[in-house]
Design a protein around this ligand. Structure first.
Ligand code: SDX
Length: 425
């Protein structure tokens, strides 16, 4: 007997079916609510609203659990590569050796960009933000690789995106510095290729450092998916109109850009740099973060789902010490971040509001140490999130109950009123 809930509206009783997820999460199904009752629900920001059923990523915000296709993030960060994780998210299982090798070959074969795309990069104003360039260039990719006909095609486009977005990010960086573009190499792994395309130069040939390649893999794995976050919801929403895959992904990049979302990794470093430059005390910063009349927020803290330490932040914090130790870097911003965390986690405001470090609090420290420029931090987040967006888009396209996403509203404007001639206004 399936569970139900009872709703009493204006004295009349309605029964709604209950949906129970594989981890015991419960929801009552309101798909027939308006037809049956004339009421809609109201939930700005969708804090209490499930937009879909998904088998890709499971999060438990109270326990700080994150699993991709059932595998804990800690295991994947320890043992997997980013490409293995991308395959897992998109295909629902870890790749066999032959599947992994075939994926590697296809990623290499699709790693180049059409030469005329360089003209686009040359014509962006110098101060253009890399996220704006990335979103525009992903849309432009669609013009070069248009056919989305067969099922086989779409998998080819998944790999095009994963491979070419990485090339695009490195190319954009090099051209913004007036440096010669470095092309992808088939003898390097996905992450080693990215670092080589970013930093190789005739005067200082890039020497692949396996510790940094591992750190880049872990960084991208930790960012690969996060169920129905803002940018993934944007990808699904745009995809629901049957817009092309590239348009949905470009929408995801745009949503991720915001400082409340993926743009927080850049905002955290800018916040730490300002604290360092101004010599503000930790107590002063914490006081401001708690002051409702002060727009300042402790960037990298807080989360809609996690009401405990973000499991990804734990891994990245450890990675900071490892990468900075390997590179023999003493970064004062890391010390400031650690002191902020120490004070915040014992402060009643942060405890009462369940505010803990999220994935963005320490990630910029690692990227900085790897010489990634601050305005590219969110691009790195996007490269990581790309397989998650693709997996979620694919799942939504394969959903037999799929419909165009079109939320309703409660209208609060003027009731009917007449047009007023100019001489009477
Ligand atoms: C990501 O959804 C995902 O999964 C996202 C993500 C992913 O992988 O896709 O995990 C990636 O986006 C991580 C979050 C990155 N953003 C930041 O670090 C920006 C700083 N954090 C906040 O702006 C905020 O915590 C959010 C945006 C992350 C969450 O916002 P919510 O859930 O809408 O919570 P809220 O803004 O309503 O805050 C609830 C209360 C408020 O206080 P009250 O008015 O109730 O008294 O907590 C306070 C807020 O003022 N609060 C903070 C705070 N975050 C929330 N106070 C100080 N500093 C903060 N950082």
């Amino acid at each position: 007997m399936s569970e139900t809930v009872r709703l009493i509206i204006e004295g009349k009783e309605y029964e709604l079916p209950v949906i129970i997820g594989s981890e015991g999460e419960k929801a009552f199904d309101i798909t027939a609510l308006r037809r049956k009752t004339g009421y809609i629900t109201y939930d700005p920001g969708f804090g209490n609203t499930g937009s879909c059923a998904s088998a890709i990523t499971f999060m438990d915000g109270e326990k700080g659990i994150l699993r991709y296709r059932g595998i804990p993030i800690e295991d994947l960060a320890e043992n997997a590569t980013f490409i293995e994780t991308a395959f897992l998210l998109i295909n629902g299982h870890l790749p066999s050796l032959s599947e992994l090798n075939q994926t590697r070959v296809l990623l290499n074969d699709s790693s180049m960009l059409h030469e005329s795309m360089q003209v686009f990069f040359q014509n962006f104003p110098q101060a253009s933000h890399p996220m704006g360039i990335l979103s525009a260039m992903i849309m432009a990719l669609r013009s070069f690789y248009p056919d989305m006909g067969t099922e086989e095609d779409i998998h080819t486009h998944f790999l095009y995106l994963i491979s070419k977005v990485r090339t695009m990010a490195a190319m954009s960086y090099r051209m913004s510095r007036g440096e010669k573009v470095v092309y992808p190499r088939h003898d390097l792994s996905y992450c080693a290729n990215f670092l080589n395309m970013m930093f190789d130069s005739p005067v200082h040939p890039y020497i692949v450092d396996e510790d940094l390649v591992k750190a880049m893999n872990v960084f991208l794995i930790l960012h690969a998916d996060h169920e129905q976050n803002c940018s993934t919801a944007a990808v699904r929403l745009v995809g629901s109109s049957r817009a092309p895959l590239y348009a949905s992904i470009a929408a995801g990049v745009s949503a991720l850009w915001g400082p409340l979302h993926g743009g927080a990794n850049q905002a955290v470093i800018e916040m730490l740099e300002k604290i360092h430059k101004d010599g503000a005390t930790i107590d002063e910063v914490i006081r401001r973060a708690k002051d409702r009349n002060d727009p300042f927020r402790l960037m990298g803290f807080g989360h809609r789902i996690y009401k405990t330490y973000d499991p990804r932040a734990k891994i990245i914090k450890k990675m900071c010490d490892k990468v900075l130790g390997k590179l023999k870097i003493e970064d004062p911003l890391l010390d400031i971040a650690k002191r902020l965390e120490e004070v915040a986690l014992t402060d009643a405001y942060f405890i009462d509001h369940n505010l803990y470090p999220n994935v963005d609090f320490y990630s910029g420290i690692v990227l900085r140490a790897m010489r990634i420029p601050t305005n590219m931090f969110t691009v790195m987040f996007a490269i990581g999130r790309l397989p998650g967006w693709i997996a979620q888009w694919k799942e939504s396209m394969e959903d037999p109950s799929r419909r165009i996403s079109r939320p309703r509203q409660i209208y609060t404007g003027l009731t009917e009123s007449a047009w007023v001639p100019m001489d009477q206004r």
